[in-house]
Design a protein around this ligand. Structure first.
Ligand SMILES: C[S@@+](CC[C@H](N)C(=O)[O-])C[C@H]1O[C@@H](n2cnc3c(N)ncnc32)[C@H](O)[C@@H]1O
Length: 240
C-alpha cells in the first residue's frame, strides 16, 4: 500500500489495521522489551512506521527519547494526539528509507512492526537497510512481520480465504502483502546485519481475520512473527 492508501485508513485504523501492540493476546512484546538492557536515562527508541503510536504509548517509559517515523500525515497526526503525555518524541513525517539519513545510528532499540509488507523486494530491502542503519552496533531491533505459516493455517480452517500467491504474497482486500516463513525471516535478518536472538509467534484475535474462533484446527489463533535481533558489530549488512 502506498502513502495515500495508508492515509485513507487514518480514521478507521483500529478496525481496519492490526495494531499488534494493542491487539496481541499474550503480552509477548513486554517480555521481549524486558529482555533488552535499556535505561530511561539515556536509551533511544526509534519506531519505524509507528502507526497511531501504540508501541510508544506502552513502552516509552523505558527510554530517554523517542524518534517516530510515519509517512502518512493523518496517521502520524493521530499518533501525536495519542502521545501528548510522552516527553522527548521527535516526529518525522517521511518515508522510512529517507528518514534513516536524518536519524543517524542512534537506536538502542529499533521497532518496525508490520511495515515490511510491500510486494516489492526492492522496497522491503530499503526498509531492512534503514533498520540496520539506525540501530547502533550490538543494539537491538524488534521486528514484526506477517506469518506465511499462520496464513496457511487460516486458509485451512476458513473456506473462503484466497490461496497465497508465489513468493509469500497474499491478497488482502485491495492490497497484496508479503508474508514471511520463519526461516525466511531468520535468513533475511542475517543478511541485513542482525543476529536473531528470539523469534516467536505473536497472536492476535480471529476477528482481525474477519472470522470467529473456529471449533477445531485454529490452535491459539492467527499470529505474526516477532523477532528480537541484535545488530552485528562492525559488519556491513549485505543486500537482504
Ligand atoms: C500495519 S501499520 C503498523 C503500524 C504500527 N507499527 C503498529 O504496529 O501498529 C503500517 C504503518 O506503517 C506505515 N508505513 C508503511 N510503509 C512506510 C514507509 N515506507 N515509510 C513510513 N511509514 C510507512 C503506514 O502508514 C502504517 O501506519
Amino acid at each position: 500500500m502506498n502513502r495515500t492508501q495508508w492515509n485513507q485508513l487514518a480514521d478507521t485504523f483500529e478496525t481496519e489495521v492490526c495494531d499488534i501492540a494493542r491487539e496481541e493476546t499474550r503480552d509477548q512484546l513486554s517480555r521481549l522489551v524486558r529482555a533488552v538492557d535499556l535505561s530511561p536515562k539515556d536509551s533511544v527508541l526509534v519506531d519505524l512506521g509507528c502507526g497511531v503510536g501504540t508501541f510508544i504509548q506502552r513502552f516509552h517509559h523505558r527510554f530517554h527519547e523517542v524518534t517516530a517515523v510515519e509517512f502518512a500525515p493523518r496517521i502520524i497526526a493521530r499518533a501525536k494526539k495519542n502521545c501528548t503525555k510522552v516527553p522527548r518524541v521527535r516526529w518525522l513525517t517521511m518515508d522510512i528509507p529517507r528518514s534513516a539519513k536524518s536519524i543517524g545510528t542512534v537506536a538502542d532499540l529499533t521497532v518496525c512492526m508490520n511495515v515490511i509488507t510491500s510486494p516489492s523486494r526492492a522496497k522491503r530491502n530499503s526498509i531492512w537497510s534503514a533498520i540496520a542503519r539506525v540501530t547502533k552496533p550490538r543494539s537491538h531491533a524488534l521486528i514484526v512481520v506477517p506469518s506465511l505459516e499462520s496464513e496457511r493455517m487460516v486458509q485451512r480452517v476458513s473456506r473462503n480465504a484466497p490461496p497465497t500467491l508465489p513468493g509469500g504474497l497474499v491478497q488482502r482486500d485491495d492490497a497484496v502483502q508479503k508474508h514471511f516463513e520463519r526461516a525466511e525471516l531468520m535468513s533475511t535478518l542475517s543478511r541485513a546485519g542482525f543476529a536473531p536472538m528470539r523469534i516467536a509467534r505473536i497472536y492476535y484475535p480471529w476477528s482481525k481475520e474477519g472470522m470467529r474462533k473456529p471449533r477445531s484446527g485454529g490452535g491459539k489463533g492467527p499470529w505474526d512473527w516477532v523477532c528480537l535481533a541484535r545488530r552485528n558489530a562492525g559488519v556491513r549488512s549485505r543486500k537482504p
